[in-house]
Design a protein around this ligand. Sequence first.
Ligand SMILES: [Zn+2]
Length: 306
Amino acid sequence: MTVQQRRFFYLVPALFLLLVPVSHGQQDFSQVVVTSRPVAGNVLMLEGSGGNIGLLLGDDGALMVDAQYAGLADKIRAALGELGSGDPKLLINTHWHRDHTDGNRAFGPRVPILAHTRVRDRLAVDQHLLGRVVPALPAAALPTITFDEEVTLHFGGEAVRVVHFPGGHTDGDAVVFFTGSRAVHMGDLMFAGRFPFVDLESGGDVEGYARNVAAVLEQLSDDTKVIPGHGPLSSVQDLRRFHRMMVESIDMVRGKMARGATVEEIKSDGVAAEWRDWTWNFISTDRWLETIHTSLARKQSASTGR
Ligand SMILES: [Zn+2]
């Protein structure tokens, strides 16, 4: 096996486990503990396995952002119960990836689900991700309310803005601004302290991703608490640093491509020392640089018509 093949061999299963259950019920969640932590105001964050869950607790129940895996639904319900809530009154999907939406299968039949139009479109049919097929969700697990640009919910005494940002992590990303509690759920437009996954097969784009993070930053005050899609609860300063990492990485790769460097040369150069420990098993430094290269090269060939 070449180094390249070996990397592919180990990387694909790791990626796949994070993003999608291999098939219903096959993943073992018995060791996963679902914990809750206060974020700001009436907003909390639940951590278990998969994308971080955001919760807004009001007098009339909970609004939940993302739902991890259906196999964790009982533990999520237990956490909600400890917080004095039953099933959420409304569930929001930040994007289609199943580590955020598989839980729709458990909550969907009873709970209305809000998502961007393209999230519903993608969940309704089989998707292709990293060479595998991710099966469609059953009808009862699909979003019941869709929006295209932005929608404001009035819940728990505050305005909750759900805003679509195009062509970033996927083509259906939403960011949830809890305007009263001064908190934001980024969906997978933030991986805290680590290189992000950018789903180029689902309309993702590295430059669009960085632009979208900048656009979110413009709307946040310095003391806003930031729930990332993956990683620990963060600050606006953490989000700024994440954005700087993206911009510096993209600028570096773009400059090297302009000078004729190959992707292998770009990978062997690596990233600046400041970002070396942002590598992780899911998105290694090599994969991050490859993703940037693929995303930029795709646009270049589209603009030159090659
Ligand atoms: Zn994702």
